[in-house]
Design a protein around this ligand. Structure first.
Ligand SMILES: [Fe+2]
Ligand SMILES: [Fe+2]
Length: 348
C-alpha cells in the first residue's frame, strides 16, 4: 500500500479479496478509479481489509501512477517496474507452460505496457547513471529476464540520447526491442540457456537458432501494435541482434548498414549489460573497462559510430587505456557466463 500515490485521483480501482490470501476469485472493489485517495482512506482501508489488489488489466495504470507520484523513491519505482516486467517475461519463458499464440500475444501486450512505463522512468538517465541504478537493484538470477529488462532500459535511454526529440512510439520500439530481443529462447531447452559453463559446439549451434525462433514467434503474434510501433522493425531487432558490423555474426552474416539501426543499437546495449551487471556467475568490469573492451569490438561486432555516441552518453567516461583486453570471439552477451572470457584482463 505504500506504493499507492496519495492526495491525487486514483488512476485504478482497488480491490480486496474475501479469502484473505487472494486464493479465491472473490474480489470486491473498495476504492474506485478517479476519486482522490487521502491518508485517511489509506488508514481506513488498510485497517479494514489488509492486503489490497489491482486488476491485472489495470496493472499498467497502477505502474504509470506510481511513476508520476513524488512520494516514492526512484529506486522503489524501478524495483516495482522491473519486477513487474520480469513477471511478464516469466509468463513467456516458464518452461512448463502450454505454449499458445494467445499466451504469446497477451505477454507481448503486457511487455508493451511495461515498456511504456519504463520510458517515463528512464527519461533523464545517462547510461552511466542508469548503470549505477541497475547495479543497486538486486534481482534474481534468471539471466534472460533480468538481462532483457536491463537492455530495454538502456535501449530507451540510448535512443533518447541519439534523438532527443524521439516520439513516445520510437522510444517504445527501442524498449520493446530490448525487452524481446531474446524471445526466441523460449523454444530452446532451459538447460542450455541457463548453462554458465562453455557450451559444446552442438549446444552453441542450438543457441544460434534463437533469432530464427524469435522472428517466427513474432510472425505468429496476432496483436495490434501501438500506434506508430513498427512490428517489422521489432522483428528485425529480434532477428538481427547477433549480426556483427563486419559481417561475421549470425544468422545471416549481414554487415554494416544492412543490419537495422535499431538492431545495432540493441547489440551495443546487450553487450554493455552483459559485462557490467553483476549476476550469480559472472565477474563484472567498471564502465571505463567495459568501454575499453567494447572499443576492441567497434567496427567488428558493433557499429563504431553508434559506439562513439554511446561513450559520449556514459557521462564523458573514456575507455580505460591500461586494461586493454579482448573478449573471446565466441562471447555471447545473451548467455550467462562463468567469468568473462577476457584475455589478460587487469581490473583498473
Ligand atoms: Fe540473443
Ligand atoms: Fe542479450
Amino acid at each position: 500500500m505504500q506504493n499507492v500515490p496519495l492526495n491525487e485521483p486514483m488512476s485504478f480501482d482497488l480491490y480486496t479479496n474475501f479469502s484473505g490470501d487472494g486464493s479465491s476469485n472473490k474480489f470486491m472493489k473498495v476504492f474506485p478509479i478517479g476519486e482522490v485517495f487521502e491518508v485517511d482512506d489509506l488508514n481506513e482501508i488498510q485497517e479494514k481489509y489488509g492486503r489490497l489488489y489491482v486488476l491485472e488489466e489495470q496493472r499498467h495504470l497502477f505502474l504509470s501512477g506510481l511513476i508520476s507520484g513524488n512520494d516514492i523513491s526512484e529506486e522503489k519505482k524501478s524495483e516495482i517496474i522491473k519486477s513487474s516486467a520480469i513477471e511478464y517475461l516469466d509468463q513467456l519463458f516458464e518452461p512448463n507452460k502450454k505454449f499458445s499464440t494467445e499466451l504469446l500475444t497477451q505477454s507481448v501486450k503486457k511487455c508493451q505496457d511495461a515498456v511504456a512505463v519504463m520510458v517515463d522512468l528512464v527519461q533523464d538517465y545517462s547510461i552511466d547513471a542508469l548503470q549505477a541504478h541497475i547495479a543497486r537493484l538486486s534481482f534474481h538470477d534468471f539471466y534472460t529476464y533480468d538481462h532483457s529488462v536491463n537492455v530495454a532500459m538502456y535501449c530507451i535511454a540510448f535512443q533518447r540520447f541519439l534523438k532527443p526529440d524521439s516520439s513516445q512510439e520510437e522510444l517504445s520500439l527501442a524498449g520493446l526491442g530490448g525487452m524481446l530481443h531474446d524471445i526466441g529462447k523460449i523454444q530452446i531447452s532451459t538447460s542450455i540457456i541457463n548453462k554458465p559453463e562453455k557450451l559444446s559446439p552442438q549446444e552453441f549451434a542450438e543457441i544460434q537458432r534463437h533469432p530464427w525462433f524469435g522472428k517466427e514467434l513474432l510472425c505468429e503474434v496476432d496483436f495490434e501494435a501501438p500506434k506508430g510501433v513498427d512490428l517489422d522493425v521489432l522483428k528485425r531487432v529480434v532477428f538481427e541482434h547477433h549480426e556483427s558490423f563486419d559481417g561475421s555474426g549470425y544468422p545471416e552474416g549481414l554487415k554494416g548498414e544492412e543490419i537495422h539501426r535499431m538492431a545495432r543499437l540493441t547489440a551495443i546495449c546487450d553487450f554493455f549489460d552483459a559485462i557490467t551487471t553483476k549476476r550469480a556467475y559472472n565477474t563484472v568490469v567498471s564502465i571505463p573497462d567495459a568501454l575499453a573492451i567494447m572499443s576492441k569490438a567497434a567496427g567488428v561486432k558493433i557499429d563504431p559510430n553508434l559506439f562513439k555516441s554511446f561513450c559520449m552518453h556514459c557521462g564523458g567516461k573514456e575507455p580505460s587505456s591500461d586494461s586493454v583486453s579482448v573478449l573471446a570471439s565466441d562471447f555471447d552477451p545473451c548467455q550467462p557466463t562463468k567469468g568473462l572470457p577476457l584475455k589478460g584482463y587487469r581490473q583498473s
